[in-house]
Design a protein around this ligand. Structure first.
Ligand code: DX5
Ligand code: ZN
Length: 220
């Protein structure tokens, strides 16, 4: 089954609550929270995302899909733990060594969230293969992390295909999420490649009919 996680990064502040309602009514599956620290990526969205995540958890029962684009992963796991996110995803480029990566995976499990491990477009899937049996999801970035509204980089879908093949061959039960540049045209390609959770930001936020747009992604 295909699920849709709505990135609320580019939400207009004045319409935030209304758009969150519309997204939930439009049958998204998660709110995707893009936490950027101004270090791992240029932008700093820490305050805004805290605000939106808190609002989303107050007005909705949908799960939070927290995407940490930060260097100090441990600090943000701690900060978000009170919101009991459904999924917390960290970047392998941030944790770097094996010992830290394993301890971050444990920390996320300890607060009761599912664990996602993300790779940026330049990172090979070989870097994460050894962790796959211990996590619930791989987030394959289909744009360079840092901002919404970018175009999907086609080569990244080759990585999704290779990852899907690898997990099938090794009988690993894991979700594959794609993030960046998803719309009604790229969604079908991402799903064909093996993704089953699709993040969509701009495409949904600017849609005149969110329910219809969510349906288009799920049925692509
Ligand atoms: C990029 C973020 C994405 C992005 C998605 O750094 O991780 O979640 O905001 O937005 P769209 O769908 O507009 O590319
Ligand atoms: Zn994201």
């Amino acid at each position: 089954m295909v699920e849709v996680s709505a990135s609320i990064l580019t939400l207009e502040k004045e319409n935030a609550i209304k758009t969150m309602y519309n997204l939930e009514a439009g049958k998204i599956d998660y709110f995707h929270i893009d936490v950027m620290d101004g270090k791992f990526v240029e932008k700093d969205t820490t305050e805004l995302m805290k605000d939106y995540a808190l609002t989303a958890s107050h007005i909705s029962n949908l799960g939070l899909d927290v995407h940490l684009m930060v260097k100090n992963v441990e600090k943000f796991i701690d900060e978000y733990s009170m919101l009991e996110p459904e999924i917390i995803t960290f970047h392998i480029e941030a944790t770097k060594n094996e010992e830290r990566t394993k301890s971050v995976i444990e920390e996320i499990k300890n607060i009761g969230s599912r664990v996602g491990i993300a790779i940026s477009p330049d990172t090979s899937i070989d870097k994460i293969k050894s962790y796959l049996p211990y996590v619930h999801m791989v987030l394959v970035m289909t744009v360079v992390p840092g901002k919404g509204g970018q175009k999907l980089i086609p080569e990244t879908l080759e990585k999704v295909k290779a990852l899907k093949k690898y997990i099938n061959e090794n009988n690993i039960d894991i979700d594959i999420e794609v993030d960046g540049g998803i719309n009604d045209e790229t969604a079908s390609k991402a799903i064909e490649s093996g993704a089953n959770i699709l993040v969509a930001g701009n495409y949904l936020i600017t849609s005149k009919n969110i329910g219809e747009s969510v349906k288009k992604i799920k049925e692509s």
